[in-house]
Design a protein around this ligand. Structure first.
Ligand code: SAM
Length: 230
């Protein structure tokens, strides 16, 4: 997958892209990240990217032209790019969206800044994504959250089983499918301050362990996220 990230702060991304699974996916050739400095598409001698809001009000917003120019340039090479604006007004990001976007070949993520973007930017993107009902100061953290969530489910990046049994993956309950949280997990020691690892997990009986995990996943989901079962 090719991901282009339009941002005024390309340097922010490097430490994360050079770590852990994101680094591995790039080395495997499964992920290519193109950091596009929006400032280079700025207007005039000062490469202006922002401006005051018509009608008055505090702060500046990103102008539409630098973003439009950057998108146009990227589209010349990759016409089938899916263009996404990170924005608190967008559709809430979840695992289902990550799975859908993981099927795309080319993604373009636009990071807003300041007080947001000129409303006309919304007309030149394919969709808007929010990572939650709160306001961050820029789209860089949301963009990284999206890239990270997508990368770990790209085929071959992690072992299939690792992502199939995770929280928010679809599991069978009898004949029905449901979205569940992951069941409880333990590692050594077998006992910590009186808290013991459930005996079944030490039994070596894989069939019974699988049954226990399915029951616990359902129990946990009912308790913590009953909304997922609706
Ligand atoms: N004034 C805007 C509003 O009230 O909707 C908020 C602008 S925010 C300070 C600046 C930028 O951060 C946004 O343009 C967006 O790119 C990014 N951003 C902030 N919160 C976000 C969220 N929850 N999800 C996705 N992007 C977000």
């Amino acid at each position: 997958m090719d991901v282009s990230i339009l941002t005024l702060f390309p340097q922010i991304f490097q430490p994360l892209l050079k770590s852990s699974i994101l680094n591995k996916a790039q080395k495997q050739g499964k992920l290519r990240v193109n950091l596009v400095d929006l400032r280079k598409f700025g207007i005039g001698g000062y490469w202006q990217v922002d401006d005051r809001v018509y009608g008055g009000g505090v702060g500046m917003i990103l102008r539409v032209e630098p973003i439009a120019k950057a998108i146009a340039k990227l589209k010349i090479k990759k016409q089938k790019s899916k263009i996404i604006l990170l924005d608190p007004q967008g559709k809430k990001f979840n695992q289902k969206t990550a799975l859908r976007l993981a099927k795309e070949k080319y993604l373009v993520l636009i990071c807003g800044k300041y007080e947001g973007v000129d409303e006309r930017v919304r007309k030149i993107v394919d969709e808007e994504i929010s990572i939650g009902d709160y306001v961050l100061s820029g789209g860089e953290i949301p963009a990284m959250a999206v890239v990270d969530a997508i990368t770990r489910i790209l085929p071959g990046v992690l072992e299939k089983e690792a992502t199939q049994n995770e929280s928010f993956s679809s599991a069978a309950i009898g004949r029905k499918k449901a979205i569940l949280l992951e069941p409880p997990q333990y590692t050594r020691p077998e006992e910590f301050e009186g808290m013991k690892v459930p005996k079944i997990l030490l039994s070596g009986n894989h069939q019974e362990i699988a049954k226990w995990r399915a029951q616990e996943a359902l129990k946990k989901t009912k308790k913590l996220r009953p909304d997922l079962l609706n």
